[in-house]
Design a protein around this ligand. Structure first.
Ligand code: PHE
Length: 352
């Protein structure tokens, strides 16, 4: 009898060690086969007394049923593709569902817009395919103006215009969001307080320039708006986006559509503007990052949009969203934003 108990233990142990369905089948043949271990025990029962035979027969039957059950279970386990090693562990925590993320450019764009909304600005929109007039002429950039060189422009042929407007240069992909200034002023009397986020296009392609990128334009036209408002507004904006400790620096610059014109730098968020020892790659050890173009709206721009420049003043500014995002997330190659590798994007985006 104890011999039979050992047999049962052997079967259990061998099954637990079986690596595949074939191994289980071999165990079945060894114990339950026609010439198997259990069959052999049955055949030896003729030597026993009737009482012993009854007891042994019952025990052997039990053993046989028990082995059949265990072997079938093991075979089923392999048949359904699950070995003992990777059977379902119901105590494991569930896998989180993969939720979509906001693209870092959209996230930055959203935060920029939100900051200006809090300051009373509305969001305006304009077309991406523009005319020469809106993109350049009305913004005080005449045809031979050297500033056009900075905006290496994509020109568009509009075939569906019946050939009437086929002349090269008639339409173009806007090179900045400034034409929205004109569209808005044409439609709306002062006070005007808008920002205009959107895509812009230039024939540029390198680690810090993409042929398509995003800008946010700002325009505030009202009687009595001054350069002081411009400085205060942009300083507020930079502190909201990058934190209270950020400082703003205003440098004289030139844009045809503003006078005076400024370039706005912020203290480097990576080294805090403290590291002038050639270590900081982000600000190239200058302590400052150039982030905005700005100025007071040029009288010619007011005239082009049908406003009297002696009645109103206005401030305008423009910024590159990718540049803001690169600073914000410490990225040094703009192309990473557009390759859309989820492994990269999901490191940056915090929320939904
Ligand atoms: N449009 C300018 C650019 O693309 C930025 C700018 C906007 C400058 C408004 C001054 C005022 O570089």
């Amino acid at each position: 009898m104890s011999n039979l108990e050992d047999l049962k233990a052997d079967v259990t142990r061998l099954l637990s060690e079986a690596k595949d369905a074939q191994a289980v089948e071999q165990i079945r043949i060894r114990f339950l086969g026609r010439k198997g271990v259990i069959a052999e025990h049955f055949s030896r029962m003729g030597d026993l007394s009737p009482e012993e035979r009854r007891a042994t027969g019952a025990a052997l039957n039990d053993l046989k049923i028990c082995c059949e059950k265990k072997i079938k279970e093991a075979a089923d386990r392999f048949a359904s593709g699950r070995s003992r090693g990777d059977a379902i562990d119901v105590t494991l925590p569930g896998r989180p569902a993969h939720a979509g993320l906001t693209h870092p450019i959209n996230e930055t764009l959203r935060d920029i817009c939100q900051t200006f909304r809090l300051a009373g600005f509305d969001v305006a929109d304009g077309p991406e395919i523009e005319t020469d007039w809106y993109n350049f002429e009305a913004l005080n950039v005449p045809a031979d103006h050297p500033a056009r060189d900075m905006h290496d422009t994509f020109y568009v042929k509009m075939e569906e215009d019946g050939g009437r407007r086929e002349k090269a240069g008639e339409y173009l992909l806007r090179t900045h969001t400034s034409p929205v200034q004109i569209h808005v002023m044409e439609k709306q009397k002062p006070p005007v307080r808008i920002i205009a986020p959107g895509r812009v296009y230039r024939r540029d392609d390198d680690p810090t320039h993409s042929p398509v990128f995003h800008q946010v334009e700002g325009l505030w036209v009202e009687e009595g708006v001054t350069l002081r408002d411009l400085k205060g507004l942009l300083e507020y904006f930079l502190k909201m986006l990058f934190g209270e400790s950020v400082r703003a620096r205003f440098r004289p610059s030139f844009f045809p559509f503003t006078e005076p014109s400024l370039e706005v730098d912020m203290s480097c968020v990576i080294c805090g503007g403290e590291d002038h020892s050639a270590h900081c790659r982000t600000c190239k050890a200058t302590g400052w990052l150039e982030v905005l173009g700005a100025g007071m709206v040029h009288p010619n721009v007011f005239r082009a949009a049908g406003h009297n420049p002696s009645k109103v003043t206005g401030l305008a500014f423009g910024m590159g969203v990718e540049r803001m995002a690169m600073i914000r997330y410490g990225i040094d190659d703009i192309r990473l934003f557009f390759e859309n590798d989820v492994r990269f994007l999901s490191q940056l985006s915090g929320g939904t």
